[in-house]
Design a protein around this ligand. Structure first.
Ligand code: GLC
Length: 559
């Protein structure tokens, strides 16, 4: 069996813009992250993934990079970064950078050159095409709404942007583009960073000739990526990247891969493939999507048997061949306790622990998104103007104002449930003004729940979600079966309890969780086993067959 440090690791994701502001401009910064390294270390995480910190005009909060070798002004300087990296390493923490190379900013030097004229050396770094019948070159849609093509009068051609028009797609079929990207990667790796999370990396190979998407009419906002995902040369490019760059360093890599199925993931991350180590798949994140053609915009509840089916399929199909990432949350997803749990005062803590336990005892590397470890909840701003995320704002305009598909009230309910800004409100450190995030005016409003839900309160409460996550991380470092054991699901059709087993040689784990707010009765064979002992639970005692609201337990035994 393969054993690698990144399989045993726990990753903590920091969204720098919303983590900690130290200069009171209302925007988080690198010095703010430096202040909290001990917080992350004490939680028991070993790797910090930083969302993009490069120079950017922030059309999409840093996912539009103007200079890959410079730091975003609001976040600090390269000297601040070097200091952060050094301090993290001294504490035994690794730093994983976000590599955004499917596209750049339109303010990137490469694009500025490219748009100058058709003969420019950088012209072919992007996709420029003539109009077709005085219109866009094909029917592709942008993932943020509208066409994926933007007309540039200067040279009378369109350029491709799968995301916003300020995020033109790079042409990976051009070998110079690839070499320049590898150069950027080496620049950061030679500084000592420990790996990359690769943004939408499975979109880099577009189909030759850029043919029309046959499903474009059916696809909706938020659904425009299928046709460009997992393209014909993506594996060639990732293998080349691995050969020329990654294989020369001992790093952690995880590719963000919308639309990837387990078969694709095995190609991207198979132990014998030499491409990436993990991917972020999206199947479990799509289960509550709209059934009315509105993509992610819905208030649907997830069905437990469907959730089990998806999670279990990823567990069993990858077992022994490739490696899973385990996540409920990130900067693009609503807060999990509000989404799959119960964020009422009575059940927030219990259900946040239940969800954490369910995920962290599966096979894979767990990712904790800032605030998840204290059970942060979705935010409900009443006014659309309080939202900052361009995806949310574009969708509101398109769905409510242009197409009039739903009322404004209905759309606000969808936004409360699904908007990316649910994850992006400032980190809630304490009950003081602005949750201790800034003394200035925060770039996005703080979630008013901060008075009840904050780090300072969690650290003072032995029963907090924080200490539960810490305990899970400790157990992970003590029991190999948590990391490497194989997985089998019990009772796939049970729509109230989610139970599974893990096994590695003589070591066994049994995990059971109650997804409801009432008592359910279940009998499992582990209860009759004298050798089994309770490793972790979110209640103080064990009633065995009676599973109380959101109860979650792990038993351990050896054979
Ligand atoms: C990824 C990022 C998201 C960003 C998009 C475009 O999905 O996680 O935040 O908007 O790529 O870069």
């Amino acid at each position: 069996m393969q054993k690698n440090w990144w399989q045993e690791a726990v990753v903590y994701q920091v969204y720098p813009r919303s983590f900690q502001d130290t200069d009171n401009d209302g925007i988080g910064d690198l010095k703010g992250i430096l202040q909290h390294l001990d917080y992350v270390k004490n939680l028991g995480a070993n790797v910090i993934w930083l969302n993009p910190i490069y120079k950017s005009p922030n059309d999409d909060n840093g996912y539009d990079i103007a200079d890959y070798r410079d730091i975003m002004q609001e976040f600090g300087t390269m000297a601040d970064f070097d200091k952060l990296l050094e301090a993290a390493h001294e504490k035994g923490l690794k730093i994983m950078m976000d590599l955004v190379v499917n596209h750049t900013s339109d303010e990137n030097h490469w694009f500025a050159e490219s748009r100058k004229n058709k003969e420019n050396k950088y012209r072919d770094y992007y996709f420029w095409r003539d109009p077709k019948n005085s219109r866009e070159p094909n029917n592709w849609k942008s993932n943020f709404g509208g066409s994926a093509w933007q007309y540039d009068p200067k040279t009378e051609q369109y350029y491709l942007h799968i995301f916003s028009k300020k995020q033109p797609d790079l042409n990976w079929d051009n070998a110079d583009v690839r070499q320049d990207v590898y150069g950027v990667m080496k620049f950061w790796l030679d500084k000592g960073v420990d790996g990359f999370r690769m943004d939408v990396i499975n979109l880099i190979s577009k189909q030759p000739g850029l043919p029309d998407d046959p499903n474009a009419d059916k696809s909706t906002v938020e659904d425009a990526m299928g046709w460009v995902a997992n393209g014909p040369k993506v594996h060639d490019y990732l293998r080349e990247m691995n050969q020329q760059v990654l294989s020369k360093y001992d790093v952690i890599t995880v590719g963000e891969t919308p639309e990837a199925k387990t078969e694709d993931a095995i190609k991207y991350t198979g132990f014998d493939r030499h491409e990436l180590e993990m991917v972020f798949q999206f199947e479990h994140m799509g289960l509550d999507w709209s059934k009315n053609g509105l993509g992610k915009w819905s208030t649907n509840k997830v069905s437990l048997p469907e959730l089990k089916e998806v999670m279990s399929r990823w567990q069993t199909k990858l077992n022994g061949k490739a490696w899973n990432s385990l996540y409920w949350n990130n900067h693009d997803q609503p807060r999990v306790v509000s989404r799959f749990g119960n964020d009422s005062e009575q059940y927030r803590v219990l259900s946040a622990k239940m969800l954490g336990l369910l995920l962290h005892f599966m096979q894979g590397t767990p990712y904790i998104y800032q605030g998840e470890e204290i059970g942060m909840t979705n935010v409900h701003f009443d006014n659309i103007d309080d939202y900052k995320d361009l995806e949310t704002l574009n969708a509101y305009h398109e769905i409510v104002q242009d197409k009039k598909q739903v009322t404004s009230d209905q759309m606000m309910a969808y936004i409360h449930h699904s908007s990316r800004d649910n994850a992006r409100t400032p980190m809630q450190w304490d009950a003081t003004k602005n949750a201790g995030f800034t003394d200035g005016t925060p770039w996005i409003k703080v979630n008013p729940a901060y008075k009840q839900i904050n780090v300072s309160k969690a650290l003072n409460d032995p029963n907090s979600v924080y200490y539960f996550y810490k305990k899970m991380n400790e157990l992970r470092s003590q029991y190999d079966v948590i990391v490497y054991g194989n997985y089998s699901l019990l009772d796939p059709k049970d729509n109230e309890a989610f139970a599974y087993e893990r096994q590695l040689d003589q070591q066994h784990l049994f995990i059971v969780t109650n997804f409801t707010s009432h008592v359910i009765k279940r009998n499992y064979k582990v209860y009759n086993d004298q050798k089994s002992r309770l490793l972790l639970s979110n209640y103080d005692d064990d009633l065995k067959r009676d599973l109380r609201p959101y109860e979650a337990k792990v038993y351990y035994y050896e054979e």
